[in-house]
Design a protein around this ligand. Structure first.
Ligand code: IPD
Ligand code: CA
Ligand code: CA
Length: 265
């Protein structure tokens, strides 16, 4: 696909992010925010639900042939050749406590005729941080700060684990890989538990070198995958298999990717 193939899709993704920002920012820090617990024992707020419903309604109107996979309401138009993957609020626990590190994640996945799937466009909008990242296939990755001029971003050049800055979510969910994860952190130059989309977007910006999360869903990763790759990095599961389909997420500057996968194996 050529550089301009996804311009319209990216423009739609930006409009979807604008719709999301209006809802999420209005409910962030609201005294009457309604928080309920989902069957998987994780919290969800009225803002998560309202945001996903508004995004899905806009996609259904503008792209009736496309599918949607959302965290809160599941799948629409399941057999479509292309589908939008929505995490209405990534970092709900931050959102509901007043930590500004949360974002709406919007990814577009295309299915090829052989059945393989790849992310072709993505937007990560973090309005409480006044930041938005976006990318589409072949067009590079960008960040906008405070509604300013888009800045092209690219990953770092760090090549040794001993020089690397590694970010992660927390120590939960590592199971049998916990010991190798801790050793990897000990062997690195610097570590911070920044978490969520934020770790991965800082890899895309070249501000850190590695972001790792052991337990994720497709909606946590689709938008991150294309932004990290278009910034020159690599995105895979912690097993090293490329793409956002592995139920874990590893972003690196590319140079370090194999070393990190080996260290975690
Ligand atoms: C969570 C974040 C977090 C990850 C959790 C996810 P949510 O998403 O992506 O980084 O560690 O597994 O559930 O629930 O805030 O959208
Ligand atoms: Ca999430
Ligand atoms: Ca979420």
């Amino acid at each position: 696909m050529g550089t301009s193939a996804y311009i319209d899709d990216l423009a739609l993704a930006q409009r979807l992010a604008d719709i999301a920002d209006a809802i999420t920012l209005d409910r962030y820090l609201a005294q009457d925010l309604v928080i309920t617990t989902k069957p998987d024992n994780t919290p969800v707020t009225d803002a998560d639900r309202a945001t996903e419903q508004a995004i899905t309604a806009a996609i259904t109107k503008e792209r009736p042939n496309d599918g949607v996979v959302g965290e809160e309401f599941g799948k629409t138009n399941e057999n479509a050749a292309r589908y939008w993957v929505i995490d209405p609020i990534d970092g709900t626990k931050n959102f509901m406590r007043g930590v500004p590190t949360w974002a709406t994640l919007i990814g577009l996945i295309e299915r090829s005729s052989e059945g393989s799937e790849r992310v072709v466009a993505g937007v990560v909008s973090a309005p409480a941080l006044a930041r938005r990242w976006y990318a589409s296939e072949g067009s590079g990755a960008y960040v906008i700060f405070n509604n300013g001029v888009p800045r092209k971003i690219s990953v770092s050049q760090v090549s040794a684990i001993s020089d690397a800055s590694i970010t992660y979510s927390d120590f939960a969910g590592w199971n049998e890989k916990l010991a190798s994860f801790r050793k990897l952190l000990d062997d690195s130059w610097r570590t911070r538990g920044l978490g969520d989309f934020w770790s991965h977007m800082l890899v895309a910006e070249g501000a850190v070198d590695v972001a790792i999360e052991p337990s994720l869903a497709l909606w946590d990763m689709a938008a991150l995958d294309i932004i990290v790759r278009e910034a020159g990095g690599e995105f895979s599961g912690t097993n090293g298999i490329s793409g956002p389909f592995q139920r874990s997420g590893l972003s690196t500057n590319g140079i370090l990717h194999k070393k990190i996968v080996e260290a975690l194996a």
